[in-house]
Ligand binder design. Structure first.
Ligand code: BTN
Length: 263
């Protein structure tokens, strides 16, 4: 599939946000947009709402030390720098807003209803459409910045990825046609700002996030650092932790990990 190209001027012409995306860097190739965003956040305390985008990453990173692979021009690969006044324990709220904005953008641009698989996957018909990788910067005990990296498979031939952990999908493979990455990007940034404003006013996005989670009510196995917890994914708390009811009746609060649905 011939890749289209994102153009900075076109993106900026269509954006009507106040903060999100007002500062933007677009690279043909970068190691990782998250790495670049973390550097910028450390260098420049005024970089709030900045967005780093790349057509290709040579060292794209996923959660739990995994690689993130995407051929040039096939995906939306971006990282946002956000500086809301939150406790470090509330930082997942920023990731939730980004996941919600991604689901809203996909729905607005394609009419496809994607959902969120705890903690940070975007899924469509049970396959992985995208993922989010959040990295925090602390100043003493306080939160200095949050970098949320997002990879969304847009016009991606999923067979080009080789073997990957979660079965992938892309918008083009579901729809059988290309989807405008420009439309998706602009719609995403426009959707994000009001959600992020709410978080800055102290409101957790948990209500909306819960509605879009595909994990709740299902039997799951959650693994993290060699530990496995089995039970029913009963709920999430307002900072995004997963509450799993084990067969012994305990309610376990899980902050991070990988979820597998059990039959
Ligand atoms: C995951 O599902 O494991 C999270 C994947 C996050 C990938 C994105 S692509 C843009 C940004 N830059 C990176 O290196 N990673 C994130």
């Amino acid at each position: 599939m011939q890749p289209d190209r994102l153009v900075l001027d076109e993106i900026q012409r269509r954006l009507t946000t106040r903060r999100v995306g007002r500062r933007m860097e677009l690279y043909d190739e970068v190691d990782s947009t998250n790495t670049r965003a973390v550097l910028l956040a450390r260098q420049d305390p005024s970089a709030d709402g900045a967005v780093i985008i790349a057509e290709y990453q040579t060292q794209g990173r996923g959660r739990l030390g995994r690689q993130w692979l995407a051929p040039p021009g096939s995906s939306l690969l971006m990282s946002l720098i956000l500086r809301p006044r939150l406790l470090p324990s509330q930082a997942q709220r920023a990731t939730m807003t980004c996941a919600l904005a991604a689901v809203q953008a996909v729905a607005q641009v394609t009419s496809l209803q994607a959902s969120i698989k705890w903690p940070n996957d975007i899924v469509l018909a049970g396959r992985k459409l995208g993922g989010l990788l959040t990295e925090l910067g602390l100043r003493g005990p306080e939160l200095d910045y949050i970098v949320v990296g997002i990879g969304l498979n847009v016009n991606l031939d999923t067979t080009a990825l080789g073997e990957v952990t979660a079965p992938p999908t892309s918008l083009s493979s579901v729809l059988g046609r290309r989807v405008s990455r420009l439309d998706l990007l602009v719609t995403f940034l426009q959707a994000l700002e009001p959600l992020e404003d709410q978080v800055r006013q102290g409101v957790s996005p948990i209500g909306l996030w819960r509605e879009h989670l595909s994990t709740l009510g299902k039997p799951v196995q959650v693994t993290f650092e060699g530990d496995a917890i089995v039970g029913i994914a009963e709920d999430v708390d307002e900072d995004g932790a997963l509450l799993v009811r084990t067969s012994g009746g305990d309610l376990r609060t899980i902050l991070a990990g990988d979820v597998t649905l059990r039959r």
